[in-house]
Write a protein that binds this ligand. Structure first.
Ligand SMILES: [Zn+2]
Length: 227
């Protein structure tokens, strides 16, 4: 097996179609399509157009029939698909930087806000207003523009978080090697983990090991005391 194939084989498969949607808002679930940011365990789940559409369907950005349309329309158009994937990832990183600033309670830079607004304006060119229950909402149809149909609802979610939601409730998971963002809807606004059973438990195990090490060190210290 060549070195290249060995490296490829060691990368875990993408979980784009099954990632836990724990961000509380679409924009944060979108940023959580990359795990372990800033650590050697970093994992990209949006690896090509197929995995992107898997996530779009999983997170209900578009209904399955629209996803099927997008897949069929772009089959055999690798360059167009790649452009959409690259643009989507670019937007994800922008939204992640915005979310991280909120989580660290820093002001979001004007440049990031400007870029987000510009993409929203671009997406809106392809949106229609439709009645849903008792109000009108923007709806995107991939038959008009596939990229806008993917990014439209996501940028709208990011804008809504900035303009209508409590900024202090956007958090970054306290887990080492995580980086996931979420909107805290708990009553006391004290959620710390993307998922207790993942990062919360890992932290507990780490803390227990640390305590054990500390105890061993202290015991050794006692043994070594002159008698
Ligand atoms: Zn986490």
């Amino acid at each position: 097996m060549s070195a290249h194939r060995r490296i490829k084989a060691s990368i875990p498969p993408s979980r784009a179609g099954s990632l836990d949607l724990v961000g509380g808002e679409l924009a944060w679930d979108f940023t959580n399509t990359s795990s372990g940011r800033g650590s050697p365990a970093k994992l990209e789940h949006l690896r090509n157009f197929d995995t992107l559409i898997q996530w779009v369907e999983h997170a209900r950005v578009m209904p399955p029939s629209d996803c099927a349309y997008a897949r069929a329309e772009l089959a055999g158009h690798p360059r167009r698909s790649q452009r959409i994937l690259e643009r989507t990832i670019e937007m994800r990183e922008l939204i992640w930087m915005i979310g991280t600033a909120l989580a660290e309670q820093r002001p979001v830079s004007g440049k990031l806000l400007e870029l987000l607004s510009a993409v929203h304006a671009e997406n809106l060119r392809h949106a229609e207003m439709k009645m849903r229950f008792c109000s009108y909402i923007w709806v995107w149809n991939p038959r008009r523009d596939i990229q806008a149909a993917i990014l439209g609802p996501i940028t709208l979610s990011a804008l809504t978080l900035l303009m209508e939601k409590d900024l202090q409730r956007t958090k970054r998971c306290a887990g080492q090697e995580c980086g996931w963002l979420f909107y805290d809807t708990t009553k006391n606004n004290r959620r710390r983990w993307c998922e207790m059973r993942v990062c919360g438990n890992r932290a507990k195990v780490r803390a227990a090991r640390q305590r054990q090490r500390q105890v061993r060190k202290t015991n050794r210290g006692v043994d070594e005391l002159p008698g």
